[in-house]
Design a protein around this ligand. Structure first.
Ligand code: URA
Length: 251
């Protein structure tokens, strides 16, 4: 269970005016157990006024040592993916659900996510991106407020609190399953289109609009087969086939 005394003071947090102030507010964070094993708190990197925010899972070994997100093998692929749509990491912002490395790269735990994500929420408020690309399950579930998995959600466009949200496989997934590499490059091409639509002010289809509580999402995007999340191996057909006609599929 989360220890309320470790949670940040929401009123003070909401008064923070920029990313530097937020970073200072977080300080040498000791609010959860990850402080005991991390080397460096990884706040985030990039353009503080970026239109596009990437959210990953948590720092790995290289990030923990360097203090920057996505600097290992998955980061090199992310740089390549960004390059494929004409972007450099300095032109976007990159953050994570957790700011500290879980030991041995284990999954983030629920109380760690609960303690750390108020800071991510403030990063979103301060950066104010047009589009958020969620990389993998943890970021996607946090931003969309769902238990559904990335395999089912990638390839679709969502809207949360007026921002477009594009769920994408985590680049690390392609390091383990090379068949996902092509899907990732395709999804980045879709992401570039979503960026263009957003800059043109083109509205997201009303059917893709989410309420803050995400109940609408469940209605609009509920799997008509009522099926459980599919295994990582059988993902590509799931964005369209058998899905409701009104969901906003990307291409
Ligand atoms: N994986 C993540 O999710 N984030 C990083 O910063 C590095 C690897």
């Amino acid at each position: 269970m989360t220890d309320a005394s470790r949670m940040p003071d929401r009123a003070r947090l909401g008064a923070v005016a920029d990313l530097d102030e937020l970073c200072a507010f977080i300080g040498d964070c000791r609010r959860c157990r990850l402080a005991e094993t991390r080397t460096t708190l990884v706040f985030g990197v990039g353009d503080p006024g970026a239109d596009l925010l990437f959210i990953g899972e948590a720092p790995g070994k290289n990030e923990d040592l360097k203090g920057e997100p996505f600097v290992g093998a998955a980061g090199r692929l992310l740089d390549e993916l960004l390059g494929s749509i004409g972007l450099h990491r300095s032109e976007v912002y990159i953050a994570n659900v957790l700011k500290c490395r879980p030991p041995g790269n284990r999954d983030p735990q629920a109380d760690e996510i609960e303690t750390c994500t108020p800071f991510l929420a403030e990063q979103v408020r301060l950066i104010d991106p047009l589009v958020i690309a969620t990389l993998g399950n943890f970021a996607t579930r946090y931003v969309l407020g769902t238990d559904a998995g990335i395999t089912r959600l990638r390839g679709r466009l969502f809207e949360v609190d007026g921002r477009r949200v594009v769920p994408i496989y985590h680049p690390a997934a392609a390091l383990y399953s090379p068949d996902k590499r092509g899907v990732l490059f395709d999804d980045f091409r879709r992401l570039a289109t979503v960026m263009q639509w957003a800059r043109e002010g083109r509205p997201v289809a009303p059917t893709a609009r989410l309420s803050a509580g995400h109940e609408d999402w469940l209605e609009v995007f509920a799997d008509p087969s009522g099926g459980a999340e599919r295994s990582a191996g059988e993902h590509e057909a799931d964005a369209g086939e058998g899905a409701p006609a009104d969901q906003q599929k990307l291409f």
